[in-house]
Design a binder for this molecule. Structure first.
Ligand code: ATP
Ligand code: MG
Length: 358
């Protein structure tokens, strides 16, 4: 059995550090390990349109930006196929067949979709495409026979939905589809990075992001304006770690080397947390520490981005090649799916042989 990986992002803007810790870092690790047959990264423009139908320009404009983000963090197009979802119409066809295997009430129970419907303030006007996007995500994953899907934890309900579809399909039509497994980050703090405003999730749609492409000035403004602990007013006041965004980011990004380099009064984050809780450590101090760590992380990414911004033809060719390859694979899977469903009337004359006028 082949070992394939599929993952992706919605081109609703540039990628942010939440994407990095939640899923991009796992992708880089997988890429370096090389223990796979095919590795696909999908720019999910069709999915992004499900809640951005009236703003197609935003989606179109973000495609190249997301591709540049991938290349800037070190995704290697020789090892990974980057492709654009809408170019692969086979995915839509699979979605249509899978939709028969899912009930409306099952979709209504999806906690991530529920949460998103609330935060996007759809009210009674939920687009059907948006409501059913977990089905289209199942098509994306299964079209590439992916057994590993590196994601942040908001995507777990989608993987579960995909597994249910795979089981139903294979039971009814025969063993064609591959059961996928999510790959979450090792560090729990990276499952869902909060927004700079203290919201539980950094998300392009919520405008609370630190982007991989942010300049030092933008980064500084965001870090210094970050939500911390509203009860920590004077430096001497005891501080709270729970719900404190700066500490959530330090949990995700800081290492003991960072302490040795920038904050030698403490050996590691546990020591800093204890001291903060006792009082006497100002928010400005911890924000400056975080700023140094994030700047060290973002600087090389920013520099690589500059290169690709000057070599857009390279980016374009990478996307085109990746998309063509992905299409050839999705085509094969769709053929297998339709054969299993006996939707292959004109492949031979079996339809007539089977015909019985009674
Ligand atoms: P949108 O607001 O348009 O949905 P998003 O910021 O949620 O955008 P997606 O493109 O939906 O980003 O998510 C792509 C991948 O990044 C998914 O695997 C998701 O789990 C992961 N991810 C997104 N935001 C975070 C976050 N704050 N922390 C960890 N992982 C995240
Ligand atoms: Mg999202």
């Amino acid at each position: 059995m082949k070992k394939n990986i599929l993952t992706g992002d919605r081109p609703t803007g540039k990628l942010h550090i939440g994407h990095y810790v939640g899923t991009l870092a796992s992708r880089l690790k997988l890429q370096e390990k090389g223990d796979y047959d095919d590795f696909f990264i999908m720019i999910a423009d069709a999915q992004a349109l499900t809640d951005n139908a009236s703003n197609p320009k935003k989606i179109r404009d973000s495609i190249i930006n997301v591709a540049i983000d991938y290349l800037s963090i070190g995704i290697d197009p020789k090892k990974v196929h980057i492709f654009v979802q809408s170019e692969i119409s086979e995915l839509t066809e699979l979605t249509f067949y899978y939709a028969n295997l899912v009930t409306v009430s099952r979709l209504e129970r999806n906690p991530t979709v529920k949460q998103e419907i609330k935060s996007k303030e759809f009210g009674e006007s939920i687009p059907v495409g948006f409501f059913t996007y977990p089905i289209s995500q199942a098509a994306d994953i299964t079209a590439f026979k992916a057994s590993i899907v590196p994601v942040g934890d908001d995507q777990l309900p989608m993987i579960e939905q995909t597994r249910e579809i795979v089981r139903s399909f294979n039971r009814i039509y025969g063993d064609v589809l591959v059961l996928p497994n999510e790959l979450l980050p090792d560090n729990k703090a990276c499952f869902r990075l909060p927004g700079t405003d203290g919201n539980a999730k950094m998300s392009k749609s919520l405008g609370n992001c630190i982007y991989l492409s942010d300049s030092y000035e933008e980064l500084k403004k965001k870090v210094m304006g970050m939500y911390t602990d509203p009860l920590h007013i004077k430096v001497e006041d005891p501080g709270h770690i729970e719900g404190n965004t700066v500490f959530a980011y330090l949990d995700a990004f800081s290492t003991s080397e960072d302490f040795a380099k920038y904050y030698p009064e403490f050996k590691n984050l546990d020591e800093l947390k204890k001291a903060y809780e006792q009082g006497g450590i100002g928010d400005v101090k911890i924000k400056k520490f975080l700023l140094q760590i994030l700047e060290d992380f973002l600087k090389p990414i920013r520099e690589k981005r500059e290169y690709y911004e000057k070599h857009l033809d390279e980016v374009y060719d990478i996307l085109k090649e990746g998309t063509m390859y992905a299409q050839s694979i999705a085509k094969e899977t769709l053929k297998e799916v339709k054969n299993a469903m006996k939707l292959n009337y004109f492949a031979d004359k079996q339809l007539l042989d089977d015909f019985n006028c009674d």
